[in-house]
Design a protein around this ligand. Structure first.
Ligand code: ZN
Length: 183
């Protein structure tokens, strides 16, 4: 099993004190939050492409680096990072070739049904005002999506005015970053 393999390695990692090179505290050294996509091609590449190391930034991720509501969990994390962890700069990093730019919500719902989610469950959600097509809607262009996420963060009533919010788009192959919007 894959979990077993992780745990086996973990025991060795700790026993051999491999953690020592990563030791740091919980305040981000660069006073920065990076909010990006869960894209697996970016796990290491994003850090390397910006010369970031363990302890440098608070890293937040979701599918598509999308914020659409001012009180979703990402926005709450950003506020905690700003007020309690001394972050002064927020960077939203979307990427080209993002899966959320072509989410077929109809197919997604079909896949849920194939895996056992019943029509009754879907109807119950709909009655509660949860429309999956809307909830899982991605974006048409990544730049527009980044601008939208940045706008929600910048205009948040609880964000201190001094905090700067920028938007970048990164290439998941080369790591090249382009500015979409900056302060
Ligand atoms: Zn993505």
């Amino acid at each position: 099993m894959s979990l077993e393999r992780l745990l086996e390695y973990n025991r060795k990692f700790v026993a051999e004190e491999k953690y020592k090179q990563y030791e740091t505290d919980s305040i981000p050294n660069k006073k920065m939050v990076i909010f990006t996509c869960m894209e697996s091609r970016l796990i290491e590449l994003l850090l390397k492409a910006f010369d970031l190391k363990n302890g440098d930034v608070k890293m937040l991720k979701n599918a598509g680096a999308i914020i659409r509501k001012p009180f979703d969990s990402i926005m709450k994390s950003i506020l905690v990072a700003v007020y309690e962890l001394k972050a002064e700069e927020i960077i939203v990093v979307g990427h080209h070739d993002c899966g959320m730019s072509r989410v077929d919500t109809t197919a997604l719902v079909e896949h849920m049904k194939e895996r056992g989610v019943t029509q009754e469950t879907l109807d119950t959600l709909k009655h509660a005002g949860i429309y999956l097509e809307k909830e899982f809607h991605g974006f048409d262009t990544v730049e527009e999506s980044i601008e939208q996420s940045v706008r929600i963060i910048r205009n948040h009533p609880l964000l201190p005015k001094q905090v700067k919010v920028h938007g970048l788009v990164i290439d998941p192959h080369t790591g090249k970053a382009d500015v979409v919007t900056r302060e």
